[in-house]
Design a protein around this ligand. Structure first.
Ligand code: AVJ
Length: 320
């Protein structure tokens, strides 16, 4: 995009911000305007997400933690001795700590785009697990990446909690599971958390909470456009909406324009009609059967599945 190149130079944007700029202008020029959910997570957005995980309506985090805590022994029993755990998209270390406490492993490989964040988290972990070798990898885990040389000969166990898989379109979810198998290698295991389909009355409030934290989280992406790209978006002219799209098995988040308006981002004018939306996130929900079929199609064998008593969330152990 010529415009992006010209304006990015004029505004002296660094490489990640230029990518953000190009994605924003591309996403907002489509018939259904859209922005990738990966742009939620600047510092402010990451803090808001931590707040979301503590909301009474947001069941996934606490339910998955409950499963990992209750089943830590059974899960640990499936981890081979002297293993290296590779966490895809490592954020807070709360979940991995449950596994590490239940089972001694040789090495921990947190993989995340944000190198600074995982380095800080790894330091904190080092204090509590002095015998654990920690090898952080700064990489986009949705693309192929190389594991550190130091863990090459160890049995690998992938860890992908939080139903992050739910952010992937079905074909990308399959692509990720295939690529995780390639990265981890023959005989590897994968422990993965997957949110389950449920009644609309439970799932919609989880993405549209009474305190308005999810609304703030969603609107923060517009704030980020203003801050990083010098946009002039009036946040009060947009509102948060969460929709359960049952046919497509997903929660959709949108930002709805409250009026006809035009916003200016990097020299481009972008028009909105009243009621027009920016689609900002899909969070796919699986049935146990659909997740197992996906795992099978991507070359994994199901070892065991666990759910909470209410069937809200699931954790699976897969074998390559
Ligand atoms: C981090 C993708 C698992 O889909 O539940 C939470 C993100 N978005 N509230 C989810 C999210 C709105 C979350 N994941």
């Amino acid at each position: 995009n010529m415009h992006v190149a010209v304006h990015a130079r004029a505004h002296q944007l660094d490489a990640p911000t230029r990518t953000f700029a190009a994605d924003v202008l591309d996403g907002l020029s489509r018939p259904q305007k859209s922005l990738s959910p990966k742009y939620f997570y600047d510092d402010a957005g990451s803090e808001l997400f931590v707040e979301i995980t503590k909301l009474p309506e947001y069941y996934p985090t606490r339910t998955e933690l409950g499963i990992l805590r209750d089943r830590a022994g059974e899960i640990a029993a499936l981890i081979p001795p002297n293993a290296a755990i590779v966490e895809f998209g490592a954020g807070a270390t709360t979940k991995i700590r449950l596994l590490l406490a239940a089972h001694a492993v040789a090495a921990y490989v947190p993989v995340d785009i944000s190198g600074d964040f995982i380095t800080a988290q790894a330091e904190a972990l080092r204090g509590d697990f002095p015998d654990l070798a920690i090898h952080p990898v700064a990489a986009d885990f949705t693309e192929p990446f190389a594991l550190p040389e130091a863990v090459r000969d160890l049995p690998k166990v992938g860890f992908f909690p939080g139903s992050t898989l739910g952010n992937f379109e079905p074909q990308d979810a399959a692509r990720f599971l295939n690529s995780a198998r390639d990265i981890l290698g023959d005989g590897a295991r994968l422990i993965i958390g997957v949110d389950l389909e449920k009644d609309e009355r439970l799932v919609v409030p989880a993405y549209d909470d009474a305190a308005g934290v999810t609304a703030k989280f969603n609107l923060n992406v517009l704030q980020r456009i203003n801050r990083e790209l010098g946009g002039d978006v009036d946040l009060s002219a947009f509102t948060h909406r969460a929709i359960y799209n049952r046919d497509l098995h997903r929660i959709e988040m949108h930002l709805v324009s409250l009026r006809d308006q035009s916003v200016r981002i990097l020299g481009e004018d972008i028009g909105f009609r009243a009621g027009e939306t920016i689609h900002t996130e899909n969070s796919y929900k699986y049935s146990l059967a659909r997740f197992r079929a996906l795992a099978r199609q991507t070359g994994w064998t199901l070892q065991q599945s666990w759910t909470d008593a209410d069937g809200l969330f699931s954790v699976h152990a897969l074998e390559a």
